[in-house]
Write a protein that binds this ligand. Structure first.
Ligand SMILES: Nc1ncnc2c1ncn2[C@@H]1O[C@H](COP(=O)(O)OP(=O)(O)O)[C@@H](O)[C@H]1O
Ligand SMILES: Cc1cn([C@H]2C[C@H](O)[C@@H](COP(=O)(O)O)O2)c(=O)[nH]c1=O
Length: 214
């Protein structure tokens, strides 16, 4: 039976890498799939992993109707066994419902990858619908880590190096420091305290005193 699976993790936890591996493994067994993404950091219609792999994908936008897109493929005689859907947090709830319908009515496996919550710890609408509808939710096994060494569970946004908790929900960006708007993964404790690595360093500059600010 086909499934809707939501692979969820913080930023930088290996979701896009797993998306590429999933596509590779299914394709290697002769299954026909389509790759979708939305607003990947690498640009329009790209699916990119920080491990260096990048492939062409179909860009999802507000007007994308998965039911229509896959229907058109099938009418042209193309088999569609599965969909790989990256950056699924940016999909609309209606688009997630279309994906669920493709699973149930067309027996197409849908593998969706995305972060659940934004920098304010609020669910993205698309992720909320995935949590509500998925047959399975898989948490990635590779742990992304907070600067304190604990498992990172939350995504922080920094503007000019300072953690913010207000702003637009969607701002495409990376975890690399230095950009005007950047992201950092943190454990809940340090997200709640707004304690990024940089803030901790400023509080306790010597590394042997890091324990004091944990
Ligand atoms: N130079 C590197 N060597 C080994 N692993 C790396 C390297 N750079 C990134 N990674 C791995 O890639 C992961 C990020 O993968 P990616 O698929 O881009 O994440 P996501 O899609 O969840 O944001 C990191 O958690 C890390 O495990
Ligand atoms: C937390 C958060 C993230 N984003 C953006 C930043 C990135 O472009 C993507 C996540 O990509 P990744 O492959 O999981 O690293 O989402 C955002 O727009 N708003 C946020 O609150």
């Amino acid at each position: 039976m086909a499934e809707l699976v939501f692979f969820s993790g913080t930023m930088d936890s290996g979701k896009s890498t797993l998306a590429l591996q999933t596509d590779h493994n299914h394709r290697a067994r002769g299954r026909q799939g389509l790759i979708f993404t939305r607003d990947d950091r690498a640009g329009v219609a790209r699916l990119s992993s920080r491990l260096g792999l990048e492939v062409q994908a179909r860009e999802v936008d507000d007007d994308t109707d998965f039911w229509e897109v896959i229907g058109a493929e099938r009418r042209q005689g193309h088999l569609v066994d599965y969909l790989v859907c990256d950056e699924a947090q940016f999909y609309s709830p209606e688009q997630v419902e279309q994906l669920a319908r493709l699973v149930d009515e067309n027996e197409i496996d849908v593998f969706a990858f995305g972060i659940t919550a934004d920098f304010r710890t609020r669910l993205f609408p698309g992720s909320a619908r995935l949590v509500e509808l998925a047959d399975r939710i898989e948490v990635l096994q590779v742990q992304s880590l907070c600067w304190c060494g604990a498992r990172a569970t939350h995504n922080a946004r920094t503007v000019d190096g300072v953690m913010v908790v207000e702003g637009d929900q969607v701002v495409v960006g990376d975890v690399a420091a230095g950009a005007d708007v950047a992201y950092e993964v943190l454990c809940r404790r340090h997200h709640m305290r707004r304690m990024t690595a940089d803030a901790a360093r400023r509080l306790a500059p010597a590394s042997d005193t890091m324990l004091d600010v944990r």
